[in-house]
Design a protein around this ligand. Structure first.
Ligand code: ADP
Length: 738
């Protein structure tokens, strides 16, 4: 391999800049030259100033920008061989024979055609005397690697595409905003979102908000029935007390005969059948824009890094790969296989083969759709035949985490839909001790999907000694047969204590299930906990602002995040904001580390740097506190730079939950309820804690809690994200190459 070029193509999406920055810095760290091609394939065909070598600093300050700073364009000429011949010439002229393409299936197809054509194109350039044969010998092959860049999340081979999460943020913000005005006037709204063949954005935004109906390409309703079905449901919602109705429609929605369902038709159906005004909002390009979410920044960073590493290790005979993620892991899959399958889904839509289309969707379409269908109803389904009507309780414990209410809403509705009684315990374990709980109805939890905080109340109280008698009495009196604890460390500790005493207190011999909800992301058995994504986004948006405030002076910021002994928030926010150093309890900093970091800061500022950013986890070190560090840096920085510290505090625990936290809280709650119901009916009920592992929801028996958790430090004994430390290092400082 000679040199690498990177470009973005097709529709732009937020997070592409993170991928660019990461690829550039990874390449430079490996001593490989890297070029940007401006304006996608058009720049490749035009060459000259459109292909530019990039330096470390060229990609500074772009992480927080939406879109793509190197531009993107559609290009007809590249579809012709003549166009590709020019492109090959332009690359060879710059010494490039490896490409990182960030885009959708169209862009990736173009790259593969180019790769296949390459030897012939090089030959032709020799024959027309544009290059000599010696040069041709240096470029026998074109190496390519693809990254999925699309807001639609429609690419096979990756759980998420770069930009989809940010688009969901925009949509969910908009639907929340529309919901509040709709409720004020008792109006109906039809919200149209992007997605021609893929209902991801529509279905997930409907799941994350309090939408009442949704139309997606994958699940087309019968042509003669959809208007009545929808209107009946909306009417039932109003009768049950809803003040507004929101219908989410994907732009590619159609009926089962393939006739498009338009926003206008939906509006007219509502107006004629319900006799009320309906308004249409087409979100359009709002969905593409704006600063990337924390997730998209980190996804772009991981994939950009992996793309370069992959190219440097690739051999000519290797089939080209698409780099994507599954769960939290980077994976590579054959590029054209991913493209073919992606395009096959579009063909299935055209052929009206919707069953197959649903089957091929990677994000377990059917289960998400089923959950959505239950939750958006105005009232539960008619009670199914059940063995026994159970009384199940749900509660919080631990610090507040955005998404707690979302989880309660899903748990209550899922349980009630199966005919069981749902009880809400107030204020965590003290509510169980004091018998402070009440039955929750279907409409009691209406609108809870987007509320921050914890409506049932939460605190860090863990029951001790005599409390267990009181709790046992409450469980007996209330005839509680299953308990869902949505929370963090205190929740898990309390649940384990009860589980451990089930021989002593027979009423504890019920399924006790923990759902990880803490911004700290420190629960064993789960790679992610509810609330952490929202907290991360809150931190990132504040740090972006803090960085901007420093334009006028040379300044270093010491930002302190929450997390107790778990460095997840500090580390991931550092990665997403471009911090040069992150201090974690996991890598307890020494005085020598501080000295080295200080030396580097000083060198940086002498070299013209204007801004420094270090992020410190609140419990990173008992002596080297944020205040200590700020004073140390200030004293040593002298006239060169000044230092400000910023302790972010409780803004991290608040706020409306992010789309990801809402979606995952809902999915987790449903899984937990299914488990509780199943176990409650079994003679020897199990207890468990749930979580995400390898992209799937799974559970671990509560008996394993002590084995998997470091109880002194309150975090899992192994933490997956620590593996990302090397990448963070690469992003933060250039390696010196002779
Ligand atoms: P996306 O990558 O988002 O699917 P497009 O399908 O519009 O977007 O593709 C973007 C660009 O990729 C096109 O304008 C064209 O330059 C190039 N491209 C797409 N398909 C091909 C193809 N079959 N052959 C050559 N180039 C292609």
């Amino acid at each position: 391999m000679n040199k690498i070029a990177i470009f973005t193509s097709g529709g732009d999406s937020s997070g592409m800049n993170a991928a660019l920055r990461s690829a550039v810095r990874t390449a430079l760290n490996l001593g490989v030259e890297i070029y940007a091609v401006y304006e996608g394939y058009r720049g490749l065909v035009d060459g000259k100033e459109k292909i530019k070598k990039l330096t470390w600093d060229d990609v500074g300050g772009i992480l927080q920008l939406g879109g793509t700073v190197i531009g993107t364009a559609r290009c007809q000429r590249f579809r012709t061989r003549a166009g590709r011949l020019r492109a090959a010439h332009n690359l060879i002229e710059n010494g490039i024979d490896a490409l990182i393409v960030i885009g959708g299936d169209g862009s990736l197809t173009g790259a593969d055609i180019f790769r296949e054509d390459w030897p012939g194109l090089v030959q032709e350039l020799v024959e027309t005397d544009e290059i000599d044969s010696k040069t041709a010998q240096r470029y026998p092959n074109l190496h390519i690697v693809g990254l999925p860049g699309s807001i639609d999340n429609d690419m096979y081979g990756s759980d998420m595409t770069i930009g989809a999460d940010t688009a969901l943020h925009r949509i969910v913000e908009a639907i929340d905003a529309i919901g509040s005005t709709a409720a004020s006037h008792q109006r109906s709204f039809v919200v149209e979102v992007m997605g021609r063949n893929c209902g991801y954005l529509a279905i997930m935004s409907a799941l994350a908000t309090d939408a009442d109906w949704v139309f997606v390409p994958e699940n087309p309703p019968a042509p003669e029935e959809w208007k009545n079905e929808m209107c009946q449901s909306l009417r039932a919602g109003r009768e049950a007390g809803r003040r507004d109705s929101t219908v989410v429609i994907a732009e590619g929605a159609c009926d089962s005969d393939g006739n498009p369902i338009t926003s206008q038709e939906v509006k007219e159906a509502i107006e004629s059948q319900l006799g009320e005004e309906a308004r249409i909002t087409i979100l359009g390009h709002v969905q593409r824009g704006g600063s990337p979410s924390a997730f998209d920044r980190n996804l772009g960073t991981l994939l950009g890094h992996a793309a370069v590493e992959h190219l440097t290790e690739t051999k000519p005979e290797d089939v080209p790969q698409l780099i994507g993620i599954r769960g939290n892991r980077v994976i590579a899959s054959p590029l054209m296989d991913c493209v073919d399958r992606t395009q096959e889904i579009a063909k299935l839509a055209q052929a009206h083969q919707y069953d197959k289309m649903r089957e091929m969707r990677g994000w377990s379409f059917t289960s998400v759709y089923e959950i959505l269908h239950v939750l958006l109803q105005a009232e539960p389904d008619p009670p199914p035949k059940i063995e026994r009507k159970l009384r199940l309780a749900v509660m919080h414990s631990g610090g507040p985490a955005p998404g707690m209410n979302t989880a309660v809403r899903a748990a209550v509705r899922w349980g009630k839909n199966q005919g069981h009684t749902m009880l809400g315990v107030h204020n965590g374990y003290p509510g169980l001790v004091d018998n402070d709980l009440n039955e929750l109805s279907w409409m009691d939890v209406s609108g809870w999907s987007n509320w921050g905080g914890a409506n049932l109340g939460t605190n860090r109280f863990v029951p001790q000694k005599g409390d267990f008698y009181a709790i046992a009495r409450t469980l007996e009196e209330q005839k509680i047969e299953g308990l869902l604890v949505i929370g963090g460390e205190a929740g898990y500790d309390g649940a384990y204590e009860m589980f451990d005493r089930r021989r002593e207190f027979p009423s504890f011999n019920i399924p006790i299930v923990c759902l990880p909800a803490t911004i700290d992301n420190d629960r064993p058995g789960s790679e992610l906990s509810i609330g952490a994504d929202t907290a991360l986004n809150s931190i990132v948006s504040v740090v972006d602002k803090i960085k901007e405030s420093a334009v006028a002076s040379r300044r270093c910021f010491v930002v302190e995040t929450m997390g107790e002994h778990c460095g997840y928030l500090a580390f991931m926010s550092g990665l997403a904001t471009g911090a040069e150093r992150v201090y974690l309890h996991e890598d307890s900093p020494t005085l020598k580390d501080l000295q080295n970091d200080l030396d580097q800061l000083v060198t940086g500022f002498i070299g013209g740097k204007r801004l420094g950013l270090v992020i410190r986890n609140e419990d990173a070190h008992p002596i080297y506190t944020s205040d200590f560090m700020a004073r140390l840096f200030e004293a040593e920085g002298g006239d060169l730079f000044d230092v400000r510290q910023s302790i972010l505090g409780h803004l991290q625990q608040g706020g409306s939950p992010s789309p990801f936290d809402r979606i995952q809280a809902t999915r987790l709650a449903v899984h937990c309820m299914d488990y509780i119901i199943e176990q409650a009916l079994s003679p020897d009920p199990g207890s468990a804690f749930f979580g995400f592992r390898g992209g799937k929801i799974d559970f671990t028996g509560l008996e394993d809690y002590v084995r998997l958790a470091d109880q002194t430090l309150g975090r899992p004994k192994t933490q997956w994200w620590l593996d990302l430390r090397d990448i963070a290092k690469v992003m933060a400082e250039p390696a010196s190459h002779p």
